[in-house]
Design a protein around this ligand. Structure first.
Ligand code: UD1
Ligand code: CA
Length: 464
């Protein structure tokens, strides 16, 4: 098998996508948290021999360019959408600049997010001695698609578009997915010969098939068994269907890696997740960005985690939000906790219900169990923060730090007015407002002494 030395994918993304009814260009609509076009570009980048990926853009050009990442991207503008053949033609100069005799061009669609790199690799490899290789699929209802027309020897003769097809041809269930591969020099020659003499007045890329056949070339096909893999999203209903399939695939990978997922239809991953063995993820959990779970981590229902690193044996209780944070082993968080960016929990730390933390270092085995706000704080080990304790870190203009030593005990409903330090082993009496250093090992209280008024009587209502 002659190996593909250089591969130049061309991704078509100039279509308007009217049916999305959106200000966002169609190809930027996300699937599993990533724009559809990025899925296709990433898949192309995994192919052996990919040199440069040319994206054909039109509508929302600036936005599409800004929204797509890749070191080897080239952009080709298609000002008017005159058909798929016209679109590819706009990209050819960027390929022919580098093309050698054996340079292969692979055509892909930017609105087909579930395409697998393995499938594209098969397609590229299948070109071998043939002139053109086409990725096809079989559909129960092929309406709207180009049909694969074969002769008696089952050799592909042409692709006929729905609108140009005879009644007999419309019965064909094998359809063109739009993904195809051929040598750059051949595409260049065929594209020059396309004419818009068809029912839609477009330059059809699919006419390359009959042109290749007329030259005596062979057409190979690769059948994609899973129609969802090659389905494009033209509206938001299709988008949702592809989203569910993307999520199903991701959950499956996670489950096969040793994670128990309570219900794969109720876990959404919009990013990358890695997990150790025997994690458990309950229903209605959303994982965003980079999420790293150790072994034996339990995430209860209704949690949202974004860019989080969690060590072994952690329990995240229900309805907890965690963002840009690191949790040490054996921690317990929630239920109903909000762990904001810059929070680092030491091993065995506990953050309970209705607690908000931000830029907070919470040392080993320290506990903030109920109804607290801990912001811009450095907290030592074995600290106990009573219910309702607030770090007052903001004076309306600037943020200040609260330093809490080891083994500190803060009584309930205290305010720590930053900048302030609570030294090791200090105890703060409940209801205190602390504005100055609380010295080590001592009890500091700052509330009015309790007094009882003798002989005081409750007012009574005057009788009329
Ligand atoms: C095309 C194929 C059809 C195939 C179907 C699969 C042609 C003539 N027909 O149909 O055989 O079954 O795809 O979905 O190729 N695009 C551009 N510029 C254009 C036109 C299209 O960039 O001028 C892009 C679109 O954004 C889209 C892709 O090409 O990503 C396919 O365009 P679309 O109009 O959906 O394809 P059809 O012509 O319906
Ligand atoms: Ca289409």
């Amino acid at each position: 098998m002659p190996t593909v030395t250089t591969l130049f994918p061309i991704v078509l993304a100039a279509g308007q996508g009217t049916r999305m009814r959106s200000a966002l260009p169609k190809v930027l609509h996300p699937v599993a948290g990533k724009p559809m076009l990025q899925h296709v570009v990433d898949a192309c980048n995994l192919l052996i021999g990919t040199r440069q990926i040319t994206v054909v853009y039109g509508h929302g050009g600036e936005q599409v360019m800004r929204g797509t990442q890749g070191e080897n991207l080239a952009w080709a503008l298609q000002e008017q959408q005159l058909g798929t053949g016209h679109a590819v033609k706009q990209a050819m100069p960027s390929v022919l600049k580098y093309a050698q005799d054996d340079t292969v061009v692979l055509i892909a669609y930017g609105d087909v997010p579930l395409i697998r790199p393995q499938t594209l690799q098969l397609l590229a490899n299948s070109l071998k001695q043939s002139a053109l290789s086409i990725l096809t699929t079989r559909l129960d209802n092929p309406t709207g698609y180009g049909r694969m027309v074969r002769n008696n020897q089952r050799q592909v003769q042409a692709i006929v578009e729905e609108k140009d097809a005879t009644d007999e041809q419309r019965l064909i269930q094998e359809v063109n997915t739009g993904f195809m591969a051929a040598r750059a020099k051949d595409f260049a020659r065929w594209l020059d010969q396309l004419s818009p003499k068809n029912s839609q007045g477009e330059y059809y890329l699919t006419d390359c098939v009959s042109l290749a056949v007329a030259e005596g070339g062979q057409i190979t096909t690769v059948l994609c068994a899973d129609p969802l893999e090659v389905e494009g999203a033209n509206n938001r209903a299709q988008l949702a269907r592809l989203e569910r399939e993307a999520q199903r695939r991701q959950s499956e990978v996670l489950m096969l890696s040793g994670v128990t997922v309570a219900d794969p239809t109720r876990l959404d991953i919009r990013g990358q997740v890695t997990a150790g063995q025997d994690c458990f993820i309950d229903v209605n959990v959303v994982l965003l960005g980079h999420v790293e779970l150790g072994a034996n981590v339990t995430i209860d229902s209704g949690c949202v985690l974004k860019n989080v690193k969690i060590a072994d044996n952690v329990h995240v209780k229900s309805h907890t939000l965690i963002e840009d944070a690191v949790l040490g082993e054996n921690c317990e968080v929630g239920p109903f906790a909000r762990i904001r960016p810059g929070t680092v929990l030491g091993a065995g730390a506990k953050v309970g219900n209705f607690v908000e933390t931000k830029k907070a270092q919470i040392g080993k085995n320290s506990k903030v169990s109920h109804l607290s706000y801990i912001g811009d704080t450095d907290m030592g080990e074995d600290v106990n923060i009573g219910a309702g304790t607030i770090t007052c870190n903001y004076d309306g203009v600037n943020k200040f730090k609260t330093i809490i030593g080891d083994r500190v005990f803060v009584g309930s409903n205290s305010q720590l007015v930053a900048p302030v330090t609570i030294e090791n082993d200090a105890t703060i009496g409940a209801g205190s407002t602390i504005t100055k250093t609380a010295p080590a090992g001592k009890l500091t209280v700052s509330r009015a002494r309790q007094i009882t008024i003798e002989g005081w009587q409750r007012p009574v209502k005057e009788k009329k």
